[in-house]
Ligand binder design. Sequence first.
Ligand SMILES: Cc1cc2nc3c(=O)[nH]c(=O)nc-3n(C[C@H](O)[C@H](O)[C@H](O)COP(=O)(O)OP(=O)(O)OC[C@H]3O[C@@H](n4cnc5c(N)ncnc54)[C@H](O)[C@@H]3O)c2cc1C
Length: 243
Amino acid sequence: MEHLHLLLLSLSLLITSTTTTSSSSTDFASCLKSNNINNFTLSSDTTTTSSFNHFLNYSIQNLRFNPDSSPLKPVALVLPDTLRRLRATVLCSRRASLTIRLRSGGHSYEGLSYVSSGPDPFVVVDMMNLNRVRVSPETRTAWVEAGATLGETYFAIHDSAGRDSVTGFVINRAGSTRLVTQLVHKWQRVAHRLPDEFYLSAFVGAGLPEYRGEPPGLSVTFKGFYQGGIREAVEVLAGRFPS
Ligand SMILES: Cc1cc2nc3c(=O)[nH]c(=O)nc-3n(C[C@H](O)[C@H](O)[C@H](O)COP(=O)(O)OP(=O)(O)OC[C@H]3O[C@@H](n4cnc5c(N)ncnc54)[C@H](O)[C@@H]3O)c2cc1C
C-alpha cells in the first residue's frame, strides 16, 4: 500500500511538471512572437523536430553532452539576430520562468551552454546570428559580437586593414620528449618577440594523431597566423624560429 502511494505521488508530480513545462513553453512562444521574434523552435513542436535537433547539435563540441542521450532537453532554442531581440528573449524567458543557457561557440568542456544542471525547464539562447565585427583602424579597436567566429573576426580585420592576403599554417613536430621540450623552450623565447602581425601558438599532447610511432609519444603543434603574404611569413620564421 505504501508503495502504491509513492507511485501515485511520483506520477502526479510528473504530470504536474510536464503540464507546467508545456504551459511555460506556450507562454514563451507567444511572448517571443509578440516581440517579433520568429527565429526559434520548441522541443514540443513535432513539426520542427529535425530543425530543432539540427540547430541544437550544431555547435555541441562535447558529444558526452549530446542532448539526444540526455533526458534534459531545452524547452526551446532561440537565435536572436539583434540586441533588441536578445533583450526581449531574456525578458520572455524570465516571464515564463525558464532558466537561460547562453551559447556562443558551444566549446564549454562541461556543456554549460546547452545542458541543464537540474530539473528546471530551460531555454538555449544561441548567439550565432549576433556575429557582427566592427573594426576601427584609427583607434586599433575591434568590437566583436559573441557569436562571431575567429574566421569572421580575422576576415573583418583583414578587410579594414586593406591588406591583400593573410597566411595561416599548422606545423606538427613529433618525437622524443627531449626534442619536443627543446622546441617548446625555443618557442617560449621567440613567440612573444615576433612582429605584432604574427600569432604563433604551441600545443603539446601525448598520443596525438601527428605522432605515428609506437608506443604513442609526444608531439607539439604550432598554429600560426600572419597578417601578410606567405613569403614574408616564411622569411620571419626562417630568421627567428627555423626549427
Ligand atoms: C576542443 C576545445 C579546444 C579548446 N581550446 C582552447 C584553447 O586553445 N585555448 C583556450 O583558452 N581555451 C580553449 N578551449 C576552452 C574554451 O576556450 C572555453 O571552453 C570557452 O569558454 C569556450 O567559449 P565558447 O563561447 O565556445 O563557450 P560556450 O560553450 O558557448 O559558453 C561557455 C560558458 O559561457 C557562457 N556564455 C557563452 N556566451 C556568453 C556571453 N556572450 N555572455 C555571457 N556568458 C556567455 C555559457 O552560458 C557557458 O556557461 C577549448 C575547448 C574545446 C572544447
